[in-house]
Design a protein around this ligand. Sequence first.
Ligand code: SAM
Length: 292
Amino acid sequence: MINLMNQYNNYVISTAILYVVPTPIGNYGDITQRALDTLKTVHLIASEDTRRTGILLKHFAIEASLFSLHDHNEKQKIDQLIKKLQHGHSIALVSDAGTPLINDPGYNLVRRCCVLGIRVIPLPGACAAITALSASGIASDRFCYEGFLPSKTKSRKNKLLSLLEESRTIIFYESTHRLIDSLRDIVEVMGYERYVVLAREMTKIWENIHGAPVGVLLDWVLEDHMRCRGEIVLIIEGHKTTNSTILVEAFRTFTLLKKELPVSKAVVLASKISGVQKNIIYKHALKNIGDK
Ligand code: SAM
């Protein structure tokens, strides 16, 4: 195997390797030195859109062979790329913007490489979801990334419903023309008060990050149609378990247990399961028994 050393001691561009190379999400200044070195050195760049990648490469005066790999031809083209890797070629995988595979093509290629034991080296770099999250002011210790919300209202509402009690921060990508419908559905399914951040045009001239309870955010967007414009990340604060929710759960558990057990035992068990004090559940039990 030939190793092409570059200026970094700990960084060697090797052959027979697939490099996953993030590209900027708007600001060319965000490309990393390592990404540039990799793009310059590999035998081939597999790209989602060779025209767009061509513009990026031209900007950085990089001459490279491009190979088209997008959603519609990915499966067929993978065999060709795998053969090249097995013959010792180094390949960089790039998408239109940001990190390949994150709502962009590349998964099937990476998967095949992993299965066949071909080394895959990921480069860190731009990703709209992470960039937006880092400035959202919403909890970033636990989050889930959900890609784009479905385009049809019914599926979108079902998706939101399935995430109603998700306690982690939820990240969606969204498009300009669906933003208002999606915000309306979030209001309807998750309630007016759920806190949401709208992050638009990250890293670009018109970058804007605005957070508010989703009902207020919807009104703010409706006030000025420019606020729908551009590329969008939506970040939804996770569901907060309120005391009342915990109590409702505890009483529900007690009611179920009471059908099979004496009241005192049902109270003890419901308390252990829910963490709610025994006397609170007991008071509820007495009230309910009294009500009947
Ligand atoms: N692979 C990309 C990444 O790592 O973020 C995502 C590709 S996905 C096809 C494109 C979507 O990402 C856009 O429709 C938008 O929702 C989001 N996006 C990309 N660039 C963005 C930016 N500069 N600001 C806000 N959202 C962006």
